[in-house]
Design a protein around this ligand. Structure first.
Ligand SMILES: Nc1ncnc2c1ncn2[C@@H]1O[C@H](COP(=O)(O)OP(=O)(O)OP(=O)(O)O)[C@@H](O)[C@H]1O
Ligand SMILES: [Mg+2]
Length: 307
């Protein structure tokens, strides 16, 4: 997972790491839930809402379209209610409840969360690269696993208790026993998916979380704060990647005052980054002469990132 404040290079590094691993012969999926479709921009392909799109040998990219997911999610809920209660048509109260619930932001979050769980749990690839949305939002997603898990745990326990009473009642009535409890089955299925995915996301053997930062005062401060928050969610922090470092060799050339000043400031901030994050800094990637789009530029970043 690549995280960090907005616009520092998460998508760029996700694409570059994916490119590198694919070249090493691993089957890789780079994916994102970002409605801005940045993977489509960087790979210069139409990826948004298309499912996994093949970029080159061993490399696929996928962008989840939340709206599309919500519609699919609503249909799934309708179908489940029909199946569980044997309705042919949904009663109007239930239909209007589903419509109202879909307008809630939580519905979007949960549809996205569900899509991410689908991707990770399926296990179709050797490597999954999760290009995260900017920090605050990413934290929200990560915290959802914990919140959902607690919530589902409570409801499942209640349902299990009810089931015991039902069994006693059935026994007293000398019934043959109960039909399988479809709702309990569904709850246990959701619980298992959440636990499997959060186990993967917090497993140090399987998951690495990288913070992307740049040599600037505010960014250093914010990264530090965010790192503390992330550690509370047991996200396995694997290191810091410093992006957009102005090349040192500029100093030996004839350069304008403006650029000299920038280089001096950068030197201070790089020293501060060194002091703050020390041996957790994995690499520094230079500022390139143009923005990073297309495989040729991506491969250049990969050379710096994964050398
Ligand atoms: N080392 C670099 N040299 C030159 N341009 C870069 C470099 N790294 C990133 N960029 C450019 O900076 C811009 C932002 O990068 P990117 O989209 O990867 O950031 P992000 O963290 O994913 O942003 P967001 O928070 O919006 O998702 C892009 O135009 C990208 O091409
Ligand atoms: Mg991005």
């Amino acid at each position: 997972m690549f995280g960090g404040k907005g616009g520092l290079g998460k998508t760029t590094f996700s694409a570059a790491a994916g490119y590198y691993l694919a070249q090493q012969g691993y089957k890789v999926l780079v994916f994102s839930v970002d409605p801005q479709a940045s993977l489509s921009d960087i790979f210069q392909r139409h990826i948004f809402g298309q499912g996994p799109v093949k970029i080159m040998d061993n490399l696929w990219a996928q962008e989840i379209d939340a709206d599309q997911r919500i519609k699919a999610y609503q249909d799934e809920i309708r179908q489940k209610i029909r199946d569980m209660y044997g309705f042919t048509d949904l009663p109007e109260e239930i239909e209007s409840y589903i419509r109202a619930a879909s307008a809630e932001p939580a519905m979007e979050e949960s549809a996205i969360f569900d899509a991410v769980v689908d991707i990770v749990v399926a296990g179709d690839y050797d490597y999954y690269i999760y290009d995260l949305v900017p920090l605050g939002h990413a934290l929200y997603y990560l915290s959802m696993a914990t919140v959902y898990d607690a919530w589902i745990g409570k409801i499942t326990a209640l349902r299990e208790q009810m089931r015991e009473y039902d069994q006693v009642a059935a026994h007293l009535r000398r019934d043959e026993g109960l039909d399988e409890d479809a709702i309990l089955g569904e709850l246990l299925y959701i619980k298992d998916r959440i636990q499997t995915s959060s186990r993967i996301l917090t497993d140090r053997q399987k998951t690495a979380f990288f913070f992307v930062l740049t040599p600037e005062e505010m960014i250093i401060q914010d990264t530090l704060k965010a790192a503390e928050l992330f550690s509370r969610f047991q996200v396995p922090l694997s290191g810091y990647l410093v992006n957009r470092v102005l090349p040192e060799e500029l100093k030996t050339q004839e350069i304008p005052e403006f650029l000299k000043h920038r280089l001096e400031m950068q030197e201070q901030y790089l020293a501060k980054i060194q002091q703050t994050f020390g041996d957790q800094i994995i690499t520094r990637v230079p500022e390139l002469e143009r923005d990073v789009t297309g495989l040729t530029m991506i491969s250049r970043v990969a050379d710096y990132l994964c050398k």
